[in-house]
Design a protein around this ligand. Structure first.
Ligand SMILES: C[S@@+](CC[C@H](N)C(=O)[O-])C[C@H]1O[C@@H](n2cnc3c(N)ncnc32)[C@H](O)[C@@H]1O
Length: 244
């Protein structure tokens, strides 16, 4: 069960607030929302400072920015491409390693049937576990295990690796994937990509493409219409492969 009862969206700032308990008054920098209003209001609510909030049902995209952070997460621009290219859906079974902070594996769990997550570090394991609970996901199996030592799952549609030496798990990936299944590897450095490509040569894993995505926001205000000076540049190389 999701442990967020409601989401409040402050209309002026567009800031999101997660309400965990409707039996308490809820405090925000824009004033306090009373528990009576929280329990009885439908679409809109006003704080004691007269600030307006829209009331929303909790959704993945509203809770996602509030997930606890441990190690460096995979950014949504890269996650989006994985979802689009592999076409995973409500029937898909997926293996992800390492879990890290859960940004990738929980985004996968939001659309897939089942996600099996390998995370070797106990502290990161705890972060993912807390984030699973916050989102109320019930289709994630989290394992505190070294994925280089093996993958138990069989017939999976997608394996994703965001860890330093994915080639050490290639043999296990071959056994875990169904024919036609996808392997997506996310690596920050090109020499790692090369090592991965070389390692696939004697396997059933066929590499299709390696992609780097850049994201640039624009500033659009009155007479200003230009790209932002700063942008999300290099995060990592995404290599897409299939078992054939
Ligand atoms: C960069 S983080 C992954 C971030 C994650 N994709 C996300 O979106 O939040 C890399 C993670 O891989 C884990 N890891 C490294 N080697 C591993 C292994 N052999 N088996 C399982 N997890 C491993 C690390 O502990 C770390 O948490």
């Amino acid at each position: 069960m999701r442990n967020i009862e409601k989401v409040l969206l402050h209309r002026k700032s567009k800031k999101i607030f997660l309400v965990k308990d409707l039996r308490d008054n809820f405090h925000t920098p824009f004033g306090t929302v009373s528990k009576v209003d929280l329990q009885n209001s439908q679409d809109m609510i006003k704080s004691d400072k007269g600030e307006l909030f829209t009331i929303l049902e909790p959704s993945f995209s509203d809770i996602y920015p509030h997930l606890q952070r441990g190690p460096q997460i995979m950014i949504q621009k890269d996650i989006g491409l994985i979802l689009a290219k592999t076409g995973v859906n409500h029937n898909s079974r997926v293996v992800d390693a390492g879990g890290g902070s859960g940004s990738l594996c929980l985004s996968l769990a939001n659309v897939c049937k089942e996600v099996f997550v390998y995370e070797i570090n106990p502290e990161h394991y705890d972060v993912v576990q807390k984030n699973i609970k916050l989102l109320g996901l019930t289709n994630v199996t989290l394992k505190q295990e070294n994925v280089y030592k093996g993958i138990t799952e069989k017939d999976v549609d997608l394996v994703t690796f965001d860890l330093p030496e994915p080639w050490l798990a290639l043999e296990h990936t071959e056994k875990a994937l169904k024919t036609g299944g996808w392997l997506v590897v996310y690596l920050p450095n090109l020499h790692q990509v090369k090592e991965f490509l070389d390692a696939t040569k004697k396997t059933k894993i066929h590499v299709l493409e390696t992609i780097e995505l850049l994201e640039r926001k624009w500033k659009i205000e009155d007479k200003i219409m230009r790209p932002e000076f700063e942008m999300l540049g290099h995060t990592g190389f995404l290599t897409f492969a299939r078992k054939l």
